[in-house]
Unconditional design. Structure first.
Length: 301
């Protein structure tokens, strides 16, 4: 494969792909979803499409510090609206190549998976994560975008609500709340391991027990099998959000965007929903609330 990413095909056809930091922006060894990484992912999937079909696909991280810390917010903030829309579409196309692989897929979560990092992981059929003990420092997992008065842009509103209790997923996404690895909601991880070293074997076993040879048009998300459950969860979540002590006025716009994207997903499906996410993200980042939070975030970086 003509890519800077670390990759291996086992004798039985399972492809292990390890994400690495951008060599031009090493960020202390932290993997971030920037334009470089998205382009490298495209190269990998192009190569896979022109070679023998894999029997399984495992998405890993070469960073011991994080799985993926999220999107490169500084890079995103420097783009004009048309360029940001194109960037989000490029990411959606690259991530969407995972469910379209004619094989089962696993995201091996070794540490923090936030924002876009969780979104690309949820494009895999299953997430297998390291379960930290009560005596270990936990990592965090979730969609924190609303905490910056923006919203997910790569399908997070659609996928998380389909994997865990919808009310729990929608409330957390609308408020930008994340979870400690000691408190991951039921359903998000298909399996857990006690150490990072066990992830590879666990992913291999899961793939062996869940064969698939057909492509999927989109990842596990809101669809006819869960539409009513998600709708009920949406009502339950937003019955408490407006009066929640943990939400301030500056995040109401982000919560409304999350609600709108989920309603569109329930009514019109995946493609229309992620179009709505993109439009909301492009719009929200210009609001005074988002500008204040983003500027404060960048000042700490």
């Amino acid at each position: 494969m003509n890519s800077a990413l670390l990759h291996e095909r086992t004798p039985d056809g399972i492809v292990f792909l390890s994400l690495v930091p951008n060599p031009a922006k090493p960020r202390g060894g932290v993997v971030v979803l920037d334009a470089w990484l998205i382009d490298e992912l495209r190269r990998v999937f192009d190569a896979l499409a022109h070679g023998p079909a894999p029997t399984g696909f495992v998405l890993c991280s070469a960073s011991p510090r994080v799985f993926i810390a999220g999107a490169d917010l500084a890079e995103i903030d420097a783009l004009d609206d048309r360029a940001l829309d194109a960037h989000l579409r490029a990411g959606a196309d690259a991530f969407g190549r995972i469910p379209r692989l004619p094989c089962p897929s696993v995201a091996a979560i070794n540490s923090s998976a936030l924002g876009g990092g969780l979104e690309i992981a949820m494009h895999c059929d299953a997430l297998i994560g390291v379960a930290t003990s009560p005596t270990e420092k936990p990592y965090r997992i979730g969609l924190p975008e609303a905490g910056l008065a923006i919203c997910p842009g790569w399908g997070g509103t659609q996928m998380l609500a389909a994997r865990i209790d919808p009310a729990t997923a929608i409330r957390a996404t609308a408020l930008g709340e994340t979870w400690k690895s000691t408190e991951v909601p039921a359903g998000l991880f298909a399996e857990t391991t006690t150490t990072v070293a066990e992830l590879r074997a666990a992913a291999t076993r899961w793939i062996g027990g869940h064969p698939r040879t057909t492509s999927r048009s989109h990842p596990i998300s809101i669809d006819g099998t869960n539409r009513q459950r998600v709708l009920d969860g949406l009502d339950a979540a937003f019955s408490t959000i407006s009066s929640s002590a943990s939400i301030a006025g500056q995040t109401l716009g982000a919560a409304a965007a999350v609600k709108d994207a989920i309603e569109i997903g329930i009514r019109d499906g995946w493609e229309r929903a992620i179009e709505a996410e993109r439009a909301h993200l492009v719009r929200l980042r210009h609001t005074p609330e988002a500008r204040a939070k983003l500027d404060a975030f960048f000042s700490k970086s």
